[in-house]
Write a protein that binds this ligand. Structure first.
Ligand SMILES: Cc1ncc(COP(=O)(O)O)c(C=O)c1O
Length: 450
């Protein structure tokens, strides 16, 4: 009889994985989860330090959420959202509108982060056509931005390591420099920073502002692009510039939404409101796939017309607003409320910061950055010169393997090693995770070239 490992090798093709890595080596076969722990088939435990791709919020299988899903299962499993509706989708939309900035009053459902962003892009483009400005059809993204792997989302992304092979397929768009303070794109030291890197945007808007439909950005942290944390004032200034030229602002909070940065949404820390807000991942606390794109009444009204006027938004997905996912999301918001999750975060965030501080002294840690429950360090070949590792040198691989040995599921992003912790993590768990991470990262044998 073939083992599960053998069958996996034979039948599966895993995402973001070079399958040859597992020709000889077994991949980690997870059997069950509890809290922030994953257990393999032999019962060995691993801390889920990356919240299972940034989506677990209250720990795995939180009883309130599983109960909500269980109850929903026997009531209504799935129904299309075109021409029909259901209680969960309605009540969830109401709650999301209450949580979001005041100008966002409409919720459009889909089922993953990439589609949430594509929907915002499509809505913006169609909006401009329908309000008589069809020439506003250009789009702006940010270097090192990441919005997903579908064609539109890739077209506005800025991570060539992921999207390079598809370059010829991607539509042209404008790119702004990444607000990558450690490697400032305009060569300034932090003390001299007045967000001069936004000059590129100012010039673009001055020249072509009237042809630009929208700009998409991840507020406060470019996550997949390298956990690049940037100041709130950058977002404020960027928002003010786009407002001046009437350009739509799309905030991609697929990764940052639902408490990860210390506030429900990262945008709250900058006090700015977008025209579109894209959410997914933590929306269901990581239990089921679901996404939403929130927008304003003004955008909604531009589509609201006689059918014959041809203003309908012809976009939808089979599982848009799925009732089970809606039940999970409602369950998660209930937990936020009952457990006062956000109120508990400041103590955890400062504890994490204190525990991570010593990593900055390691000779191979060039930059240590933190935003809320996310802590990241950028490894360098030389601290003085900030000489980077090449993506293909794969400095993260031995670290990943060493982490597994010590019961830590890490998933380095190139030369960036990070913790993206579930909000339910306890102070004692933070101690244990950071101690194990220290054992991995302070050992030169795990660091390429040292
Ligand atoms: C900021 C951001 N946007 C969009 C996406 C795409 O989400 P999905 O993988 O659900 O398509 C991701 C995924 O990591 C993300 O981090």
């Amino acid at each position: 009889m073939a083992t599960l490992q053998e069958k996996d090798r034979r039948f599966l093709w895993h995402p973001y994985t070079q399958m040859q890595d597992y020709a000889q080596r077994d991949l980690l076969l997870i059997d069950r989860a509890e809290g922030i722990l994953l257990f393999d088939q032999q019962g060995k435990r691993y801390f889920d330090t990356i919240s299972s791709w940034w989506c677990i919020v209250h720990g795995h299988s939180h009883p309130t959420i599983t109960e909500k899903i269980r109850a929903q299962l026997t009531r209504l499993d799935q129904v299309l959202l075109a021409g029909t509706s259901h209680e969960g989708a309605i009540l969830l939309a109401e709650q999301l509108v209450r949580l979001a900035p005041a100008n966002l009053s409409r919720v459009f459902y889909s089922d993953n982060g990439s589609t949430a962003c594509e929907i915002a892009i499509k809505m913006s483009l169609q909006y401009w056509r329908q309000v008589g400005q069809p020439d506003r059809c250009q789009l702006v993204g940010i270097e090192r931005g990441y919005h997903g792997d579908t064609i539109g989302a890739m077209s506005l992304g800025g991570v060539p390591e992921f999207h390079g092979p598809f370059a010829r397929l991607l539509f042209p768009s404008h790119r702004l420099p990444s607000p990558y303070c450690y490697r400032c794109p305009v060569g300034l030291e932090q003390e001299a920073c007045d967000c001069q890197c936004l000059q590129t945007l100012a010039e673009l808007l001055a020249g072509q502002g009237g042809q630009i439909a929208a700009l998409i950005i991840e507020p406060l942290i470019q996550a997949a692009g390298g956990m690049i944390v940037y100041p709130a004032r950058h977002l404020q200034k960027l928002a003010a510039l786009t407002r001046e030229y009437g350009v739509h602002l799309i905030f991609d909070e697929v990764a940052t939404g639902f408490g990860r940065t210390g506030t429900m949404f990262a945008l709250e820390q900058a006090g700015v409101a977008p025209d579109f807000l894209c959410l997914s991942k933590g929306l269901t606390a990581g239990m089921l796939p679901m996404a939403v794109t929130l927008t304003s009444e003004e955008v909604f009204q531009a589509f609201y017309a006689d059918y014959a006027a041809g203003k309908t938004f012809f976009h939808g997905h089979t599982f848009s607003g799925n009732p089970l996912a809606a039940a999970a999301a409602l369950g998660s918001l209930q937990v936020f409320n009952e457990e006062q999750t956000l109120a508990g975060l400041p103590a955890k965030i400062s504890h994490l910061q204190a525990r991570m501080r010593r990593f900055a002294d390691l000779p191979w840690v060039g930059d240590l950055r933190q935003l809320g429950m996310i802590s990241a360090m950028e490894l360098v070949k030389d601290k003085e010169t900030k000489a980077p590792y090449d993506f293909h040198e794969r400095v993260g691989w031995p670290i990943y393997l060493a982490g597994l040995e010590l019961g830590l599921l890490l998933r380095p992003l190139g030369n960036v090693i990070y913790l993206w912790l579930p909000l339910s993590v306890t102070l004692a768990e933070i101690d244990e995770i950071t101690e194990r991470a220290w054992q991995v990262l302070s050992n030169p044998r795990n660091i390429a070239g040292w």
